[in-house]
Each structure stands twice: as C-alpha cells, then as structure tokens.
Design a protein around this ligand. Structure first.
Ligand SMILES: [Zn+2]
Length: 340
C-alpha cells in the first residue's frame, strides 16, 4: 500500500496534518438570534388545520416564514401532542397575556381546541448553515435550504486528496518565500498566486517592507501578477524569491503576450498566503478580483475572518471564498524567532 505521505521537492507532503476550513460570512458564522413568541397547545387535533388557517390570517408571522407554525409537543407523555405558534410577543395586544381569549380577537379565531398560551423562543431569521439549523431547531422547527458545499466545507472535507496535495505544494512555495523574507529581516510572510484552471503559478512574492511600508506580501504578489500582464508599478528584481511567470524561467511558461486572453489582474486566480491578510491587502484582493484565498494562520488584525470579513462584505462589488488552516503548522513556525 502507498504511504500517506509523498515527497514534494524534498519536503514531506503530509496532507493529513492540516484541514482547510471555510471562513464564512457573519450571517453564516454568528448564532441565529431568538425572539419571544406565544405558543399554545392544540387540545383537539381535528381543529389543527382550521386553527392554522385562522391564525395565519390574524397573525401572518411576516418575516418569520422560516418558522413552522405547528410542532410536536416536546414534553414526553403530554396529553396534547401538538403545539401551535400564535404570534410574536411584540405583536400581541397585551404583552402580559394570561389567557388565550385576550390574545385572539373573538371575530378572527375560534379558540375552541386551543389551550392556554405560553412563551417560547423562536429563531429570528432563517438558518444558513447546518450548525445554525441544528441549534435553531432545538428551539422551534425551522425550514432550512441547505448549501451542501458549505456543509461539506465546514466538515473540512471539501477538497479531494489530489486537490489537497496541490494546495500543499502551493503553500510550500509561499512558506519558502516567507523564509526568504525572514532571512532578510522582513516580516515572515509569503504569497503565491495560481491559475487553478491551468495549475500554473503566476507569481510568488514575500513581504518587502524594507523597501516600502505598504509592500506587504499580498501587495507584492498582486503587483507581480500585474507585471506578468505587462503592468505593475514596482520592481522586486533584487529579491530572488519574488518571481512572476514572465520574469522567471522556473515556471517554464511561455509569456502570454496576447492581452485579450489575459484576465483582469487576478480574475479566477487563487491566492495562497501564509498569514491572514490585513485590511489593505484584503481590499487590494477585492479590487484585483481574486477568485479564492487560502491562508495558513489567522492574524490579530486580519481582515478575512478575524477582525473583519472583507470577502463577504455586502456593500462591496466583488466577493470571494476564503479558506484557513492550510499548512497551519508550517505557517505558524514562521513566527518563531530564529536563533542568532
Ligand atoms: Zn497587508
């Protein structure tokens, strides 16, 4: 049987040592809030459909379409098997309701078959992920339109072993660039831009803050991508670990001279970066139209999950997927001071 680890450029490629997790939007990550509502036991099951119809017309529960109106009673051995949601507490005529009669207008709902009301907590908005759905459903039955890709990604199982091996190799290039920066006394951060459709590395960059305070690894990498397309603002020629597919023979690529076949800077490309990007770099990734971002470790001022989630900001005109945890151990080790 083949061993689990493969040799990749002299380093052990153990793709089981790390798990890529998605960095989701705030709405997908935060708990679904709860609001208070009145529910009541259905004493006579035969009255259920009439009660639901009449309650729907008096209290339509607008904005709570994800809530199921009727649930099976949660108390074991209860004499009444079903409970119905009557209304939000805030919609009730008197918030200190003590009887079902005072909750319902006499001409709207015939109360026969309905027991005395009690307060329950129900999910305030629809759940977007399976963990949110499972938590929300503990309070009151809730409908859920599952995004299967998100569910699989949250289990850390979105990428196949060959895909993980490729991700491993790309991040190893970023780690090597980070080590080069560290040796020169700069921040130990490296980045690689890849075209996933051709599996071509477009650019490798590292932190170059010795030149300019804004030359973070991601900014360097984006500039190198622009340079490979005939643009770019800076020269990183004096840093041998900063490369583009045009300036380096290492990639064995033919220069793409046909401008019409080139994407707008990073459209459709993937970025691998050892540390979570800051706000400036995250915004540069939005502007460059990056496809996906994979990073190793979080950063205290990180803008793709820790402090902000720029990639899922609704007000911005470009969004992208983000995954963390790629080669997390090797990326974390970059921060360990080197013995002198
Ligand atoms: Zn930055």
């Amino acid at each position: 049987m083949e061993p689990q680890t493969k040799r990749w450029k002299g380093s052990v490629c153990d793709t089981d040592s790390w798990v890529p997790y998605p960095v989701l939007s705030d709405e997908q990550s935060q708990e679904v809030g709860l609001i208070e509502a009145f529910a009541a036991p259905i004493l006579d099951k035969k009255e259920t459909s009439r009660l639901v119809r009449e309650l729907n017309s008096v209290y339509p529960l607008s904005g709570l379409q994800h809530i199921k109106r009727v649930r099976v009673c949660q108390k074991e051995g209860s004499p009444h098997p079903l409970e119905v949601l009557v209304c939000r507490v805030s919609d009730a005529p008197d918030m200190k309701v003590i009887s079902i009669d005072s909750l319902l207008p006499s001409d709207g709902v015939r109360c026969n078959g309905l027991g005395e009301p009690f307060v329950v907590k129900v999910p305030a908005r629809p759940p977007l992920t399976r963990p949110q759905f499972e938590l929300a459903s503990k309070h009151w039955p809730t409908s859920f339109h599952e995004d299967k890709q998100v569910t699989v990604a949250l289990r850390g199982e979105l990428f196949s072993p060959p895909q993980k091996a490729a991700m491993h190799a790309y991040m190893m290039s970023a780690v090597a660039a980070a080590r080069a920066a560290k040796k020169m006394g700069m921040e130990p951060v490296g980045a690689v831009v890849v075209d996933p459709s051709t599996e071509r590395i477009i650019a490798v960059g590292h932190d170059c803050r010795a030149d300019h305070p804004l030359h973070h690894a991601v900014m360097v990498c984006i500039d190198l991508v622009a340079r490979s397309q005939g643009g770019g603002c800076y020269s990183f020629d004096r840093y041998p670990a900063c490369l583009t597919s045009l300036t380096s023979d290492a990639f064995h690529n033919e220069p793409d001279t046909d401008a019409s076949s080139q994407p707008y800077i990073c459209t459709g490309y993937d970025l691998y970066v050892t540390r979570e990007p800051c706000v400036m770099c995250a915004m540069a990734l939005v502007h460059s139209r990056i496809g996906r971002v994979f990073y190793g470790n979080t950063a205290a001022d990180g803008a793709l999950g820790t402090k902000f989630r720029v990639h899922s900001q609704k007000d911005l005109n470009h969004h992208f997927e983000v995954y963390r945890g790629i080669l997390s151990k090797q990326c974390e080790d970059l921060n360990v001071p080197t013995a002198t």
